[in-house]
Write a protein that binds this ligand. Structure first.
Ligand SMILES: NC(=O)c1ccc[n+]([C@@H]2O[C@H](COP(=O)([O-])OP(=O)(O)OC[C@H]3O[C@@H](n4cnc5c(N)ncnc54)[C@H](O)[C@@H]3O)[C@@H](O)[C@H]2O)c1
Length: 309
């Protein structure tokens, strides 16, 4: 298959690229290195890489016209500066619209999109059903939601996964890499009184294989284990994995106004339509990730939250 992956230098894009290249697919990757890095782009036969932005409509059109992908995996996103609305709009709205138009013009067979659960804003229910209203209130959530709505209106054969947090190699966003980096450096940490659901990379990749099939069901689905953990539990687990014993429990702070107390998505339709079942426990997944960080380090971490940048 010929697969075009946006955001290939990021965590999900690079893990998917490795998987597809290993099975013999031809991959064209696009990334502007805004949160990804060059060393994440797999150096393998079968991969062509373009350093550039999906916000450039002419460049996107040229890449599609030349490469003629069967499958598009849209993993690029802008989120690192909550006040840079222009960049979020350029990447998440204009960039997504550019890809959708180019995919329509070149008869792409399947378009896989990754959506943030922040499309639900501060959810009114737990777990969140697929019929929950879209109520994003941050620049990242608003712009990603607009991009998803354009995709849904396009008539393309698509799946958009509204996702819990995915953790695994090159995961540099949010609490896990932040706690690892700070604890290793002997720096003080705090946690917020919030909860999140974490899906391990092997389980995410297992679902990816199923949704990338152009004969599989289409539409919007949830990626979630169906259970969540508190940020304090995550902190304690990272500290335990590093064999760090603290003199006092970590400070718990109330969450910031741009944060969400809990987003737990209902994965039941994903399980029934795709025959998918997450298999990795949080303890096992976290242990593997800490080992990965030990081998590769954590240089920079990112957050869409003002209070944690
Ligand atoms: N990982 C998660 O927990 C999670 C949860 C929900 C949604 N998502 C979505 O999954 C996708 C992948 O997330 P990730 O965790 O791999 O993030 P990431 O930051 O590791 O990867 C995103 C990649 O997109 C690139 N990029 C940003 N703007 C670009 C542009 N204009 N043109 C080309 N490339 C650009 C970045 O440089 C980066 O390499 C994103 O769409 C994100 O919104 C991820």
């Amino acid at each position: 298959m010929r697969v075009l992956i946006t955001g290939i230098a990021g965590s999900l894009g690079s893990n998917i690229a490795e998987r597809l290249l290993a099975r013999g697919d031809e991959v064209l990757g696009i990334d502007n290195f805004s949160t990804g890095s060059a060393d994440a782009v797999p150096e393998r036969a079968g991969l062509k890489f373009i350093q550039g932005t999906i916000a450039d409509r002419d460049s996107v059109k040229t890449q599609f016209d030349t490469f003629r992908p069967d499958l598009v995996v849209h993993s690029a996103a802008s989120y690192k500066d909550p006040d840079d609305w222009q960049e979020d709009i350029a990447t998440n709205v204009q960039g997504t619209a550019n890809l959708v138009h180019a995919a329509l013009a070149t008869s792409v067979k399947r378009f896989v999109n990754f959506q943030t659960a922040l499309c639900y804003g501060k959810p009114l229910e737990k777990p969140v059903s697929l019929s929950h209203p879209l109520m994003p209130f941050t620049s990242y959530g608003i712009s990603k939601t607009a991009g998803e709505l354009y995709l849904m209106a396009s008539g393309l054969n698509y799946v958009s996964l509204r996702m819990a947090s995915v953790y695994g190699p090159r995961h540099y966003v949010g609490p896990i890499p932040t706690f690892y980096k700070r604890l290793k450096a002997g720096q003080k940490c705090f946690v917020t009184d919030t909860r999140r659901d974490y899906v391990a990379m092997p389980d995410f990749l297992d679902l990816f294989d199923r949704v990338a099939d152009d004969r599989a069901p289409t539409g919007v689905y949830h990626l979630s284990t169906g259970a969540d953990v508190s940020i304090k539990e995550i902190f304690d687990a990272v500290a335990a994995n590093l064999n760090i014993k603290l003199d006092a429990p970590v400070e718990v702070r109330p969450s910031d106004p741009d944060d969400v107390a809990s987003i737990l998505l209902d994965p039941s339709k994903t399980k029934s339509d795709f025959g998918w079942q997450p298999k990795t426990s949080f303890d096992d997944g976290l242990r593997d990730l800490i080992r990965w960080y030990d081998d590769h380090g954590v240089e920079q971490t990112f957050s869409h939250l003002r209070g944690q940048r």
